[in-house]
Design a protein around this ligand. Structure first.
Ligand code: PHE
Length: 450
């Protein structure tokens, strides 16, 4: 029953892993964090984190998956019984992310439909986004569709759905994003945005920003939630792990940058240089891009194609989230894959209801100004994922030993950045995470009022 697919080629793996990595995290989440946390400085931190920490963790997770041939829930336990709980945390995280990811996927469906049916001027209006949030029924419907499609793709097997999209449509998405980005950066007034994006300004420094960059790095690369462990378990023994990881990182970061180039200069151009729009949060992409499309002309075509491609990119990511949940549960409990998938689909739909209501009926439920969706995002990205990453580093460095990872990587090629890997995983990464977590808790205690 639970026969394991493997990717036919290293390239297939890269594409599927990139399909998981590239999604709403790059296009929706990254630009609003860059905008919120100070532009250039955030970008510098982010890139540094990807190259050091992200690299290390991705190599480690892929190696653990490939070595054990298991998904997260079992893989950690197989290496050490006592540390099996890491697998449990790694399975709980995607269970929290999936439902709110579906909600945002639902927003993308709504925008795609609006553009396809010629509603571009409405979508570019100031209240369109908020009106959508105020309507739980609509959101429920679109969230349901998004969850259902994800479930159906998983039912058909990993390879068919994911590989196909990644080879054909991903390049189209990139091309369109390049066109829109070029347009955006040449808008009158866009240079202030470019400066904001690329010139670090140290007065914008904040611990929350660094924690944000760390969380985004995990989120965007699909790390610290068992996904790369699961994908590693599908990776053929002869495929060069390090090279694959570098490619995924370049790809993922490139698309996040492109998305920022589409959105941030436009924010400045349309607000006449007023920076308050930068704090818009989760709505930033949905509010800004329709305005860009509207001013480009041909907005029905551009808007429709763009949101459809984003929708597909979001689907490949949500497929990977659900795949991590389902394969973990099946490996662990020997459950039937079909039934587990359907259960996971229904579960994620139901858990997605509170974040939707959080924008209307339950708008009173907030902590420190965060809506329910923001809270789910915060708990996973800024709390659980850093903790899991910390424990994973400790586990590898001090429990099983780095040589286990060395050996696995060296099965397919020389381990070129072995030194970097060792220093990161033994010292820098754990110390850095502890420092960031502690200081952000301290500052939160001073700031957040319950
Ligand atoms: N990495 C994906 C993105 O950037 C999202 C994702 C998050 C995928 C969590 C899997 C798990 O959109």
């Amino acid at each position: 029953m639970n026969k394991r697919d493997t990717f036919s080629t290293g390239l297939g793996f890269v594409l599927a892993a990139a399909g998981s990595a590239v999604g709403l995290g790059n296009i929706w989440r990254f630009p609003y964090l860059v905008a919120k946390y100070g532009g250039g400085l955030f970008l510098v931190f982010y890139i540094l984190l990807v190259l050091t920490f992200g690299y290390t963790l991705m190599v480690a997770e892929n190696a653990i998956g490939r070595k054990t041939g298991k998904s997260a829930l079992c893989a950690f336990g197989e290496l050490s019984k006592k540390w099996a709980f890491l697998g449990i945390i790694a399975t709980i995280i995607p269970m929290i992310i999936q439902p709110y990811y579906n909600v945002i996927g639902g927003w993308v469906i709504k925008y795609a439909l609006t553009f396809v049916t010629g509603g571009h001027s409405a979508a570019a209006g100031d209240n369109f986004f908020n009106e959508m949030l105020a309507s739980p029924r609509q959101q429920l419907l679109f969230q349901f569709i998004f969850s259902a499609v994800t479930t159906i793709v998983i039912l058909r097997g990993v390879q068919k759905g994911v590989e196909k999209f990644s080879t054909v449509l991903m390049p189209m998405l990139i091309l369109l994003a390049i066109i829109v980005a070029i347009y955006s950066v040449t808008l009158p007034g866009a240079t202030i945005g470019l400066r904001y994006l690329f010139i670090p300004d140290f007065s914008h420094f904040s611990v929350a920003g660094i924690l944000g960059a760390l969380g985004q790095m995990f989120y965007s690369l699909s790390l610290a939630m068992g996904i790369m462990v699961a994908y590693g378990s599908y990776l053929p023994k002869n495929s060069d792990l390090e090279k694959n990881v570098s490619r995924i990182e370049i790809f993922d970061t490139g698309i996040a940058l492109l998305a920022s180039l589409m959105i941030i200069p436009a924010v400045f151009a349309f607000s006449g240089g007023d920076e308050t729009a930068l704090g818009a949060g989760p709505g930033l992409m949905f509010v800004t891009l329709p305005k860009v499309f509207e001013s480009m002309g041909m907005s029905t075509v551009i808007g429709s194609v763009f949101f459809i491609l984003v929708l597909l990119a979001a689907l490949t990511s949500s497929i990977s989230i659900m795949e991590a949940i389902v394969s973990s549960l099946c490996d662990k409990f020997g459950w039937d894959r079909k039934k587990t998938t359907i259960g996971a689909g229904i579960g994620s739909f139901l858990v997605g209801i509170p974040p939707i209501l959080g924008y209307s009926t339950w708008s009173g439920v907030t902590i420190g100004g965060m809506s329910i969706l923001d809270m789910m995002d915060f708990i996973t990205n800024s709390v659980l994922m850093p903790i899991l990453a910390l424990l994973t580093c400790i586990f590898i460095a001090y429990v099983i030993g780095v040589s286990v990872i060395h050996k696995e990587v060296e099965q397919s090629s020389a381990f070129k950045r072995k030194k970097l890997f060792d220093v990161m995983i033994k010292y820098i990464a754990p110390v850095f995470i502890v420092a960031i977590l502690v200081s952000s808790i301290l500052s939160a205690l001073g700031v957040i009022q319950f």
